[in-house]
Design a protein around this ligand. Structure first.
Ligand code: DC
Length: 227
């Protein structure tokens, strides 16, 4: 396909944005960028260094000594923090909450949004996050706002963590998601919200395959190509 396209996928935690974005990117031969992984790397650094995450100046100061890199290896995205591969370490639940806290700091957002735009430059890309349609790629070919009921998201996330051998109970996972929904939607800097021109897709009762097919249909329509 000649024409470059960009797809922005936003929505609350645990709705299945990453799985959807990865599948769409693979099917359409585009690059996939999980922007949450970049906020998670900063959150991990803040935890490791004992940064007071409520102190925006301290978090901003931390950025000066941080090098966050996104690399693509064997067809997958890896995230590096000061040269070290932290792709697995950033998936711990304590890092989810740290990422949410540091993501409220404008200096963090500025740095990561600039990197995200640079990675997307001149390429077809599918990005997922909270502010992709509203801030990072305001002219995206297709914007999706992916939602699902809190209970369904908690069930999916709990299953994922259990499969990784992590001990969190369903109730802990549900409460953590509810808090992140609140914090990510209520912060002053680029809060999670649906872009005016985004297509809302509620996947509570859709399978992963059905969700991917819907988005591929929409994208092909926008691009004027046949399946
Ligand atoms: O998508 P995720 O759960 O890996 O993201 C972790 C946190 O990072 C999330 O709670 C909010 C923040 N985030 C953000 O503010 N903007 C993005 N584009 C992506 C993530």
């Amino acid at each position: 396909m000649e024409r470059h396209f960009t797809v922005a996928i936003d929505g609350p935690s645990g709705a299945g944005k990453s799985t959807l974005a990865k599948a769409v990117a693979q099917k359409m031969g585009a690059l996939y960028l999980d922007t949450g992984a970049m906020y998670r790397a900063v959150g991990l650094a803040a935890l490791e260094r004992g940064t007071d995450m409520a102190d925006q100046d301290q978090v901003a100061g931390l950025l000066e000594s941080l090098q966050v890199d996104v690399r693509y290896q064997d067809g997958g995205q890896r995230v590096y923090l000061n040269g070290q591969d932290v792709s697995e370490a950033i998936r711990q639940p304590r890092v989810s909450s740290a990422a949410s806290q540091v993501s409220a700091v404008p200096a963090v957002r500025e740095k990561l949004v600039a990197m995200q735009r640079q990675i997307a430059q001149g390429k077809s890309v599918v990005m997922d996050g909270r502010d992709i349609g509203t801030k990072v790629l305001p002219d995206a070919t297709l914007k999706i706002y992916l939602a699902a009921d809190l209970e369904e998201r908690a069930r999916r996330r709990h299953r994922e963590l259990r499969d990784k051998g992590l001990p969190d109970s369903y109730e802990q996972v549900r409460r953590a998601l509810e808090k992140r929904d609140h914090d990510d939607s209520c912060r002053a800097a680029s809060p999670l919200c649906q872009a005016a021109d985004a297509v809302a897709l509620d996947c509570t009762r859709l399978s992963q395959e059905q969700t991917v097919e819907r988005v591929l249909d929409l994208l092909r329509q926008r691009l004027g190509v046949e399946a």
